[in-house]
Write a protein that binds this ligand. Structure first.
Ligand code: GLY
Length: 394
């Protein structure tokens, strides 16, 4: 059994754990990450939409503020990361078009538009013809849509790789193994024990293990974060060079009440997503899941049948009771959370790094993050949770 000590030990090397570690190390804290595969996790599946406006949901207005704060940070965040690491993270300031296929879809989208405008967001209503003028591959049946130039995209796989490189440059130590148990001594978190039995000591432990965050042994039962896995299946298609650009921006659609999105990358990849399934830890790619995605995507853009299907995948979003993340100290000294980002992990990466570094250095959550304290779910403070989102994420 060996023992190593750091100021901050981050459990989980997905984008949230990595950005926390990177920002903490930049602030002079001796930082380590424990994860068998840093840079893995849900970001390997995620499409990478930075969709604060087009993914607005009723009941999530507080979260909207955090989402917008993170979206505003993206240009500088990407510039810094690229400058430091030399990695191109596939940041495309291409905007998003959200369209409707039938009359009910159109009515739904009109409601969303009104809600966006009431929330002070920029979103322009377009006729079906105007939508097709922007994106000629769209089906003639498109009834109208919303043009949102501020909802951009990034490639989450590239982002993960860049964050690993940034951490390495900042001196973050990677322990490539599983954290088996939190060590608690005299009612204070003091590190973790790894699967091999090594003790990784730390002044503070940040639990940032995505959907697995609620399962770390040793965390007192009443403080285990209420995170649940929400399965999302995606399909990756490839647009051959002679067809490019197939789409010039992200297209989301309501197709007879179902949601589908198509995210075109500059390298020809087209990500089609995503299901939203409450099936526990199941990550099976199912015929039904792929069928529904391709059926809806085909109705939206008949031309996709010509494209090569290069990958199918399922990942687990870390869902929380109110769909918002848990950021900052818990009631156990030395234990902090950065988890529960649900549909918005990639979007919330920059602001999460800043918030967590701030709280690790000062002991206080910055104002914009106070509503996201994990303590809002403590039994004596618990408030009713927001309604669950509809069957598929918008
Ligand atoms: N934000 C996209 C998704 O969760 O599928």
């Amino acid at each position: 059994m060996s023992s190593r000590t750091s100021d901050v030990l981050v459990v989980g090397g997905g984008v949230i754990g990595l950005v926390t570690a990177w920002r903490a190390a930049q602030r002079g804290l001796v930082t380590a990450v424990v994860d068998p595969e840093p840079g893995g996790g849900a970001a390997q599946v995620a499409a990478g939409m930075l969709a604060a406006v087009t993914e607005l949901h009723y009941g999530e207005q507080t979260l909207l503020g955090l989402n917008l704060a993170s979206a505003r940070r993206y240009p500088d965040f990407v510039a810094e990361l690229t400058e430091l690491t030399g990695h191109d993270v596939g940041y495309r300031r291409c905007g998003t078009l959200a369209v409707a296929l039938d009359a009910d879809d159109r009515a739904h989208l009109r409601e969303l538009h009104a809600f966006q405008l009431r929330s002070g967001l920029e979103s322009e209503w377009l006729s079906g013809r105007e939508c097709r003028r922007l994106e000629p591959m769209l089906a003639p049946g498109v009834r109208g849509g919303l043009r949102v130039d501020g909802d951009d995209q990034i490639d989450p796989r590239r982002l993960s790789a860049a964050l690993v490189a940034a951490c390495e440059r900042a001196g973050v130590v990677f322990h490539r193994t599983w954290a088996e148990r939190l060590s608690v001594v005299r009612e204070r978190a003091v590190g973790v024990v790894t699967r091999e039995g090594d003790v990784l000591g730390a002044d503070r432990v940040v639990l940032a293990a995505g959907s697995l965050s609620g399962r770390l042994a040793g965390v007192p039962e009443d403080l285990l974060p209420p995170v649940r896995p929400v399965k999302g299946q995606v399909v990756r298609l490839t647009v051959p060079g002679q067809y490019a650009p197939f789409l010039s921006r992200t297209v989301r659609a309501l197709v007879r009440g179902g949601h589908v999105y198509l995210v075109p990358r500059e390298n020809g990849e087209l990500v089609v997503g995503a299901t939203s399934e409450e099936l526990g830890w199941d990550t099976t790619v199912t015929a039904g899941g792929v069928y529904e995605l391709l059926r809806d995507a085909h109705e939206l853009m008949p031309g996709i049948t010509e494209l090569a299907m290069t990958e199918t995948q399922a990942g687990l979003r870390p869902g929380s009771p109110d769909n918002a993340p848990m950021l900052g100290p818990t009631a156990l000294d030395g234990l902090l959370l950065a988890t529960g980002h649900f549909r918005n992990g990639v979007l919330l990466t920059p602001v999460t790094g800043d918030v967590m570094a701030h709280v690790l250095v000062t002991g206080e959550l910055p104002d914009l993050a106070r509503p996201f304290t994990p303590k809002r779910f403590d039994a004596d403070l618990a408030v009713p949770s927001a309604p669950a989102p509809s069957e598929r994420p918008a």
